[in-house]
Design a binder for this molecule. Sequence first.
Ligand SMILES: [Zn+2]
Length: 277
Amino acid sequence: MNLLTIDVEDWFHTSALESYISREQWDAQESRIERNLIQLLDLLHQREIKATFFILGWVAARYPQLVMEIAAAGHEIASHGWRHQLIYHLDPTTFRDYTRRAKQLLEDITGQEVLGYRATSFSVVKKTLWALDIIKEAGFRYDSSIFPIRHHDLYGMADVPRFPFRHDNGLLEIPPSTVTVGGKNIPFGGGGYFRLYPYPLTKAMIKAVNRQGYPAVIYLHPWELDPECPRLKGLDRRTGFRQYVNLHKTAGRLERLLADFQFGTMAAYIADNFGTG
Ligand SMILES: [Zn+2]
């Protein structure tokens, strides 16, 4: 069994576009989230696969019916924070406020307890480890915000375990997947990596993780299935690549992935392996 996670945000929420589209401009953008999510829910329904959806507060506030639809389909509802801000751009007081507000909103919509948190762009890094206490105090049971790879421009912390572990404060951490090659952790668990790598490579890496006795943790965004997603002009090359590479291939690859492997939710995995403690 592997773990499929979806970060529910629209194409204009990404950290890659943060310096091109301000938060004040979000409401004016062409939203693709409803159609993209419905497509994704259909794919999962066909395979009878349940996933964990980390939903951005901004999206939940505007589309509460989408949150209800995801929950009604039997998927796990989890939190992707409030306004898609990197934690190292927030002070602890603001982060606490956003984190609590995001959890409360999802719980108000679904009437169910929200157990999981994933930070914007895996922005729990060395200098934002203070966030872990705030996430725990907000009532989350697990976190999936640390990418166990060498730090690059947005995220990464190489010296944490690659597989689920507990922080000193008791919070459970479920990192996105990596494989080790030549002593280095190589990310493959989803998003841009899933779009960049040929599918057979992703498949081999999932099998390598499974051979070690762990589930692969895959993450995707609804906009990554959408080749019609609006194209911004004037992006620097790296941002354009990050945002748009292989969008036309993702849906087909996801279908292959869902056919080749079994998936379940984070909550079910935790209940089976870590009990209620
Ligand atoms: Zn995100």
